[in-house]
Design a protein around this ligand. Sequence first.
Ligand SMILES: NC(=O)c1ccc[n+]([C@@H]2O[C@H](COP(=O)([O-])OP(=O)(O)OC[C@H]3O[C@@H](n4cnc5c(N)ncnc54)[C@H](OP(=O)(O)O)[C@@H]3O)[C@@H](O)[C@H]2O)c1
Ligand SMILES: [Zn+2]
Length: 371
Amino acid sequence: MSTLSTAAVPGWPEPLPVPASMRAVVFRRFGPPEVLEEAVLDTPRPGPGEVLVQVAAVGIGRLLDLSARAGRHPYAHFQLPHVLGADHAGVVAALGEGVDSVRVGDRVAVFPVVTCGDCTHCSEGREEACAGLSLVGTHRPGAYAEFCAVPARNVHQVPDGIPPAMAASLALVGPVAANQLAQAGLRPGHWVLVQGAASALGSTTAALARYLGAKTIATSRSTEKRKALAAAGADVVLDATAPDFLDQVREATGGHGVDIAVDNLGDPSVWDTTLDALARGGTVVTSGAFLGGKVRIDLLRLYSNCHRIIGVRTGNAAAVKALWTQAEHGFRAVVDRTFPIAHAADAHRYLEDDNNVGRVALTLRPRDWEV
Ligand SMILES: NC(=O)c1ccc[n+]([C@@H]2O[C@H](COP(=O)([O-])OP(=O)(O)OC[C@H]3O[C@@H](n4cnc5c(N)ncnc54)[C@H](OP(=O)(O)O)[C@@H]3O)[C@@H](O)[C@H]2O)c1
Ligand SMILES: [Zn+2]
């Protein structure tokens, strides 16, 4: 990994002197994408143990951005106006007291899950189960802004050759994917089914499974997206809503079924196919349920086939470390496209219309604020 502190790498900004106020995109009421508007806010000051990141790119997620803005977030409460923006990348602009892990000018990616660091779960390396867990851009101001203050332990140096949008796209879904596959016990040669594999998280989990030596079945309802998933390297691409889906899974896997099935959708009919596709001894892993999540489970089938169903709330420190080691060795997330921050509402509409294959990110160079 580079120890260069300079931001003079293509796509990364030079650190600016920190101004008293900054531009941000906020929402003052819940509603459609048009509620996103530009505002001038006080620049946050990094507290003890925090760093101030000059944001270069920020990812947009289905739950943390679209559902939150629409007022449909299932568990978070927002103080309005609110600044969204969880997984992001940028250069370190200032250090809070006691921070010596990074320097001003370092290129960093921010894992947006903040945990207490000393409960039993945190001490055992299962930070994702921390009762004090909070999220940048949900429970604290996020990165749809020129600057964002985050705990130093949430920033990770970005290896050479990774532009800001890719770094932002790896920053959250990368560790979640790594944690999902680790907890599901992935081994080279396993068959892995990823439902909704065109999604930001699904595309990353599928890519990481392949990178780690598994064979993947990627699903999408859309013919165009299935073509893109095949081009991105999926071994088999299927439509989970097709009547012969299960036959196709059996044919692809030589009658075995899949060793691991990833379903972050929570749609009852997709879920039925997830369980149907599972091999004896197989594992279902889920880290999302934006389509409802109330699904059926046949316990007789579950125990008699030695199936496991695992909930993985999100990434953790070990998964962040593993992900960036893999990124250093060449692993990349799938970036669909970027929008300038001035077009944040268009980006939300684009995602809401299910157009993406991979992560959509906002870029925040000075010219990206001009409409
Ligand atoms: N726990 C975490 O830390 C974490 C982090 C990131 C994401 N997530 C979760 O992962 C899930 C995906 O989020 P994302 O931001 O990656 O999503 P995204 O990029 O917006 O993609 C959403 C996907 O949902 C599929 N979809 C939409 N409506 C559907 C329906 N009615 N039936 C079947 N599939 C449908 C689409 O598949 P088609 O290709 O068929 O259109 C699309 O690929 C969410 O549940 C989110 O909460 C969790
Ligand atoms: Zn904790």
